[in-house]
Design a protein around this ligand. Sequence first.
Ligand SMILES: [Cu+2]
Length: 159
Amino acid sequence: MFPSPLRGLLPWRLSLPSSLSSREILTMTHRARTPAPRSVTLALLLGCLGLLLAACGGGEDETAEPRAAEDGVLRVVGQDDLRWDVEALTAPAGEVTFELICEDAVNHNIVIDELDEEVAECAPGETVTGSIELDPGTYTYVCTIPGHEATMRGELVVE
Ligand SMILES: [Cu+2]
């Protein structure tokens, strides 16, 4: 056993080096760890920014100007996934001509919903054109093949 004077000193002696070493450890870990989380956080922030910008850019492209007629023809693809390739069209008033393209596996048609008038119908792999007289206004073009109408709806603005 220790003599009585040392008993009083022992805890102090032990605690002094241990507090120093824990301070050293704190300092070391602080130095060692601080730069890593910062760079990771920065990288994550930049990554998120990049994703946000990409998402915004993509969103802007999707909500871009409606597709206009090319050479007087509105080109629309009826896809095999039961969606139009474009959901916003614009055309001048008068005779509006559609070029309807069916992808490989499914047949489609284009009906102006408000007039309940079919403009064109295509079989798988086929391209068909059809025309309709339209006054200025906003119309919905749908595919009325059973099961298609829920997802195959687009807006046609006639000016
Ligand atoms: Cu369809």
